[in-house]
Design a protein around this ligand. Structure first.
Ligand SMILES: O=C(O)C(=O)C[C@]1(C(=O)O)C=C[C@@H](O)C=C1
Length: 273
């Protein structure tokens, strides 16, 4: 099975994608929007995108791509994230990494490198490429991006994330036709198309009255106008359960002028580094 994810090789997404790729190749794109689009357009059977980090929160670009394109979610992958500082030597002027990785190491960088500039790049592995090319640049990424023998890149420091519990949740996206109703969790996107006092409460009550626990709720701008939102819900129940479909029927009635997207039900896979 061909899996597409955020590249180049060596990203955390690459590691997560390898865990589901079996013997198939992992192919790279430069943004999560392109990954979701490639799966929606039938170019790939699976895509792996980061969606949430325990320190920095949502990956907004992934949430927006899931709301915009017709795909399903067939699995989630949870992985610990332990960052290393990689450079050709201990002196450098810039630290380059993905904005999520820079943010996950904010306290470390402020304490140890207050005068070093930070440069946001498309992925941690892109930052590693920069550090390989330029001795004045350091990168933040997975420690395995530096080899042990004879590599110009050195591990200047390891475990530099601001919390030991740092973990990122990735979603495995598939064509919409592969949406499953089986699994212990379900992801939904709801666009109410309305705005009145108690609207969000009505949506939440549909779950609460059926004893369905929410594991995440996020609002994202719909893009239509200021103050107009989509809501992303993750619930601890499968679409195969009667209570889930009952809750969704109630929500669909509340959202008569909007829409409700069932991204699908799935189970969790834990990947150890
Ligand atoms: O740049 C990478 O290595 C990625 O896979 C992206 C990403 C993210 O977007 O959250 C994935 C895991 C880490 O949280 C840091 C960066």
């Amino acid at each position: 099975m061909q899996v597409v994810t955020l590249g180049p090789a060596g990203t955390y997404s690459h590691r997560a994608a390898s865990s589901i790729a079996a013997d198939g190749p992992v192919v790279f794109r430069e943004s999560v929007t392109e990954i979701v689009a490639a799966v929606a357009d039938g170019e790939f059977e699976r895509g792996v995108v980061p969606v949430e980090n325990s320190i920095e929160g949502s990956v907004d670009e992934s949430l927006d791509a899931l709301a915009d394109r017709e795909v399903s979610v067939v699995q989630e992958i949870v992985s610990p994230i332990r960052h290393a500082l990689l450079a050709q030597g201990p002196e450098f002027e810039v630290v380059a990494s993905h904005p999520q990785a820079l943010a996950q190491c904010r306290e470390y960088l402020t304490e140890h490198y207050p005068d070093v500039a930070q440069e946001a790049v498309a992925s941690t592995a892109r930052g590693v490429e920069r550090a390989r090319e330029d001795p004045s640049v350091a990168a933040i990424g997975h420690p395995a991006n530096a080899n042990d023998d004879g590599d110009t890149l050195q591990r200047i420091a390891e475990n530099i994330q601001d919390r030991d519990s740092n973990a990122t949740r990735f979603l495995v996206v598939a064509p919409e036709s592969e949406r499953s109703t089986a699994g212990g969790k379900t992801s939904l996107v709801v666009y109410p198309g309305a705005n009145y006092p108690g609207l969000l409460l009505e949506l939440l009550e549909a779950f609460a009255t059926r004893d369905i626990n929410l594991s995440r709720v996020e609002s994202r701008p719909s893009g239509r106008r200021l103050g107009d939102y989509c809501f992303h819900f993750d619930i601890e129940a499968g679409l195969y359960e009667a209570r889930t479909e009952e809750a969704l029927s109630e929500i669909e009635a509340v959202c008569a002028d909007g829409w409700v997207r069932r991204l699908g039900s799935y189970d969790t896979r834990h990947v150890v580094e």
